[in-house]
Design a protein. Sequence first.
Length: 404
Amino acid sequence: MGGEPAVKSEMATPLRVLIVEDSENDAILMIRELHRGGYEPRALRVETAEAMQEALAAGEWDIIISDYVLPRFSGLAALHILKQSGRDLPFIVISGNIGEDIAVGAMKAGAHDYILKGNLTRLVPAVDRELREAVVRRERRQAQEALQRSYGELEQRVRERTEELRASKRELERLVGELERSNQELEQFAYVASHDLQEPLRVVSSFMDLLERRFQHQLDDKARLYIQYAQAGSERMSQLISDLLKFSRVRRGSWEPEPVDLHELFRQIVADCRTVIQETGAVITCEPLPVVQGEPAQLCQLLQNLLLNAVKFRRPDVIPEVHISASRQDRHWLLAVRDNGIGIAPEQHQRIFVIFQRLHSREKYDGTGIGLAICQRVVDFHGGRIWVESEPGRGSTFLFNLPA
Ligand SMILES: Nc1ncnc2c1ncn2[C@@H]1O[C@H](COP(=O)(O)OP(=O)(O)O)[C@@H](O)[C@H]1O
Ligand SMILES: [Mg+2]
């Protein structure tokens, strides 16, 4: 509905018009003019503030046409009432004689147009235009309100999401705390258990010794063999417990990182392991190793376990060769322990780091299956990762990173 005055059809446009006017005759003239212009006015004339307020409260209006000077009211007061009602209606001032200053005052106060009573032909074009503008204003207002609403909804949703996030953060912190506590308890338990288990084991093995020595002549070969089995068993148990103790001693958080010279540390480890190195004829080579941040005892276990594994899991009739190297990777060092041993099938690459997991019988390669679990824990506590690259028969390379 364009509402262009020129194309207004025979169908008159209904117009709810509130006329603020003391003169009945003038009101009739206006209504007649509107008729002529193609409107079908449904008009109400008021001449006091109360009557106007009542009319505004009682119904919907399309436009207000107001006289400027009334005996008990005025155009400016009418404008004020309209503003206070909170409605946005076109407001046209009409006056018998209107000076320029009055016109300016009316427009400043918020009137949309002013018309001289002697020039009523301007009324219809003014009404046409103001109705169109009112539509535009209304649409803009609605769009703005919709925007504000969706903005409010968005804010509400952000508030809700933020609260949800806070709640799940609290829950996460609680769980982390719980996990830390139960980890500590577990470590404590492993420590105490391995400690306390050694004691009765020592009793068993001492009495086996005694039995063997004191009753030497009363025992036949079978009895001696059984005692040997029992002692081998208790020795193995003792080894397991002592490895478990080592495992449970690798703790988190109870130490402050300090500079550790890996080269010096490794030299010391090689010296400590010289017996097994000499026995096997192993050739150990080492590139310059860096100083890292960590805990010396833990790093010692890490390197020692890897070195001993590299020598232990050698191929029969092949002299073991072990090579250690290091390369800088922004904030970390990547270390590699490479051997020419039996290698490891890809499907076992993860499993070997799990405690007690071994790939061979004890008859073939002795061990408790705790060494790599310790390595994993040490690297973990130093904020790094450990993994293996290997193929059966082609040697293995254990890689891990440590903070520089
Ligand atoms: N350098 C290596 N070459 C081949 N296999 C290895 C090597 N290091 C570890 N493994 C495999 O991983 C298993 C777990 O190692 P580890 O935890 O040190 O236990 P253990 O040395 O007591 O057997 C070993 O039993 C072995 O099967
Ligand atoms: Mg080992």
